[in-house]
Write a protein that binds this ligand. Structure first.
Ligand SMILES: C[S@@+](CC[C@H](N)C(=O)[O-])C[C@H]1O[C@@H](n2cnc3c(N)ncnc32)[C@H](O)[C@@H]1O
Length: 222
């Protein structure tokens, strides 16, 4: 199935932040843990963790309401989160008070250079237009240590999806687009920022309810 539109994407961060501030309670109530993740998704998270040193420090970059924090901690990571949306961060602090979470953007992370052994971006680059991706990749690379590992999960394909109707069904009025991209595209952007592909996974839609394929790319800082 094709994307909703093929336009030059221009969504800005203010639009994304505003949308997630509105949908945060609904999103967090719906996605409480990893029920939505398929075994292959979880296998890629485990593979990411297996590439890290013992007791690795990990940034969940775009942590939302924090549902992946306990999973990463359970895999031996010392994990903290950052997210663009203050409402998502507030909810993460309520639902996952054992973890440090802060507000910040993937385009300008509030962390020092080379802070983390691993950087984990689970569907958090999906609202950023293609033109922003090199900047995001450079930030993920900047906060990762030499030889560090970066994971990016996203909907695979091309074009733009309008996410607003899905939230309108819950009575929420937001403007929000999502950009599908291919694993090759993501690998190329990461390579441009100094990271080399370690593994990739692409999974076709698992049911009629899912419109897009899902992909995970893992890369190492070269
Ligand atoms: C689809 S949700 C995924 C959240 C979380 N990773 C999860 O799996 O539940 C996308 C998240 O990315 C965040 N996000 C989008 N663009 C961002 C950016 N430029 N910087 C930081 N966070 C961003 C949103 O605020 C939202 O919480």
């Amino acid at each position: 199935m094709g994307a909703d539109r093929n336009v030059v994407a221009r969504q800005d961060e203010g639009t994304v932040r505003a949308a997630y501030d509105v949908v945060a309670p609904t999103y967090a109530d719906h996605f409480r843990s990893t029920e939505a993740e398929a075994p292959l998704d979880l296998a890629m998270v485990e593979h990411f963790a297996s590439l890290l040193p013992d007791g690795a420090t990990v940034l969940d970059a775009g942590c939302g309401a924090g549902r992946m924090l306990p999973l990463l901690a359970g895999l031996g990571c010392h994990v903290e989160g950052v997210d663009l949306s203050p409402a998502m961060v507030s909810r993460a602090r309520v639902d996952h008070p054992d973890f440090v979470t802060r507000q910040g953007s993937l385009t300008d992370l509030p962390h020092a250079d080379e802070t983390f052994d691993g950087v984990f971006s689970w569907y958090s680059t999906i609202h950023s237009p293609d033109a922003e991706l090199p900047r995001l990749a450079a930030e993920l690379r900047r906060v990762a240590r030499p030889n560090g590992v970066v994971l990016v999960a996203f909907q695979s394909g091309s074009g733009v999806r309008d996410v607003a109707p899905a939230y309108a069904a819950h009575g929420l009025d937001v403007v929000l687009e999502r950009y599908n991209r291919t694993p090759d595209q993501v690998v190329d952007v990461l390579a441009g920022a100094g990271m080399t592909e370690v593994a990739r996974m692409e999974q076709k839609p698992l049911s009629d309810k899912e419109r897009d394929a899902q992909a995970v790319v893992i890369a190492r800082v070269s």
